[in-house]
Design a binder for this molecule. Structure first.
Ligand code: FMN
Length: 464
């Protein structure tokens, strides 16, 4: 069988993910693997017709396509995102049509599912036959138990091709693009009350996105600072070199850091606006997100109100919504809202409501309690940083120590003693009977103190 491997890592042969492919090559000597370095060679792929044609031929001649990529900022690297955009822009879907496909990623399992969901959706859009995914932790290959599973994963992929197994589409096709929205002038500008509002976008003049950005800026009474992320002067996408780990300093000497300091750092309200390209925002936005990796795992939007404007069918893109939400809350912000330009909604009213809400929440300092992704995400980072990464990610380690983020339950000695004492008491039959009988009462008992003081707290917050 001929397998075309589309490698997403900018590190090329030095990619961790590619070592997993090399393992498969060794394990399956009867099959040929042709690697397309989409992540490493994206510049030449964009510029050189010959490079593009060569890689398309590799895909077209293959029996199956294996997307082998690291997870970068909850998705694939910007370089691979750009490659996927090129398939659409250059009408090259024919080379992928009907091919069996699977995805293999390495990561630390932080939003790896969204990367796989994205690739699955892309395969469905290309009319490929997506068989399945394998999400490896970047160190998994050292373990024999994982190696066995990897072999099983790949065997299943090969068998699916050999048997021409039927595969159902998981993600319905996206609706055709609607005509660009043109929000009407807002009824009255919102008083920003000294809050610093920044709107970042990558909208072309005259586009639906530009209209939304203009509409929102007007809602803020013209006091919002509006900037195009392409003016950050990024020389390229994140190289994945991790040289930023020690002091959170990127190897690129370009305008990204200054842009970040100029717009993102001082913002109380940060709005990010983008157009849907395939199933995510543009590769330019993805590059902007990837480059923020040099901030380390420090919550970069802490205490801010974050909002998004999305021009495109967000209602059909649950994964995009999950990533945008995850980006805001994982960085410590409150998600003030997402406004889309989808047909059927009153965009002007939604923009005005967003402006009003973002100012109100910013004034009150509201940051919504987080849900599972952010709770789980914190624990993944905490354990990974403490468990090994801190040897290199020095700035992260310092931040985690200073801000009490190494909050392992094992450090709460009072609680540990309490748990031990309760667990010993539970060995006494009468205590055990009482606890079983009164379990609901014991569960709410510790909350009663809070309820007793609630009125005082509410009055204090309301300034009464
Ligand atoms: C810019 C950047 C962003 C990353 N984002 C994530 C992420 O969102 N989730 C995750 O689990 N790992 C993330 N990682 C870790 C990589 O996925 C992991 O190190 C991977 O094995 C690198 O593979 P490669 O050597 O093939 O590029 C990120 C690494 C970099 C450099």
């Amino acid at each position: 069988m001929r397998i075309a491997v589309i490698s997403g890592s900018p590190k090329g042969e030095m990619s961790v993910t590619l070592q997993y492919v090399r393992f498969l090559e060794e394990a399956f000597p009867g099959h040929t693997f042709s690697v397309v370095h989409a992540g490493r060679d994206i510049r030449s792929i964009e510029r050189q017709e010959e490079a593009w044609e060569r890689l398309l031929a590799t895909v077209a001649e293959s029996d199956g396509v294996l997307w082998a990529t690291p997870v970068y900022v909850m998705l694939v690297p910007a370089q691979l995102k750009r490659f996927i955009e090129l398939i659409g822009e250059r009408n090259a879907a024919d080379a992928f049509f009907g091919k069996y496909a699977a995805s293999l990623t390495t990561s630390i399992h932080y939003f790896d599912h969204t990367a796989h969901d994205y690739l699955h959706g892309i395969c469905d859009d290309l009319d490929m036959r997506y068989v399945g995914s394998c999400s490896a932790h970047m160190e998994d290959l050292r373990k024999e138990a994982f190696q066995e599973q990897l072999v099983l994963f790949f065997s299943d992929f090969l068998e699916a091709i050999a048997e021409q197994r039927p595969v159902q589409r998981a993600y319905p096709p996206l609706p055709a693009p609607s005509s660009p929205c043109s929000p009407a002038t807002p009824p009255a500008a919102v008083d920003t009350r000294g809050k610093r509002v920044v709107i970042l976008h990558d909208g072309e003049p005259g586009s639906g996105l530009a209209a939304m950005v203009g509409g929102l800026a007007a809602c803020y009474g013209g006091s919002a600072r509006v900037a195009d992320i392409r003016d950050a002067g990024m020389k390229g996408g994140c190289l994945g070199c991790c040289r930023c780990a020690l002091e959170n300093t990127c190897v690129y000497d370009d305008g990204y850091r200054a842009f970040w300091e100029e717009y993102i750092v001082p913002a109380d309200i940060l709005v990010m606006a983008g157009t849907v390209r395939d199933r995510f925002l543009s590769a330019a936005w993805k590059q902007f997100f990837d480059r923020s990796f040099s901030n380390g795992h420090v919550p970069a939007f802490k205490g801010k109100q974050v909002a998004y404007l999305v021009d495109g069918p967000l209602g059909h893109l649950a994964t995009l919504r999950e990533v945008l939400t995850g980006l805001a809350v994982m960085e410590g912000a409150n998600l003030a809202g997402i406004v889309t330009g989808e047909p059927g909604g009153d965009v002007a009213a939604a923009l005005h409501a967003l402006a009003e809400r973002s100012v109100r929440l910013s004034e009150r300092g509201y940051v919504a309690p987080v849900t599972f992704p952010a709770v789980a995400g914190h624990k993944v980072f905490r354990d990974e940083i403490w468990g090994g990464m801190r040897a290199f990610f020095k700035a992260d380690d310092r931040y985690y120590r200073q801000h009490g983020l190494y909050d392992f339950p094992t450090r709460d000695y009072g609680k540990r003693i309490g748990v031990r004492a309760t667990s010993l008491a539970m060995a006494i039959p009468s205590v055990r009977r009482d606890v079983v009988k009164n379990m609901p009462a014991y569960m709410i008992q510790p909350l009663e103190k809070a309820i007793a003081s609630s009125r005082v707290l509410a009055e204090r917050k309301a300034g009464r």
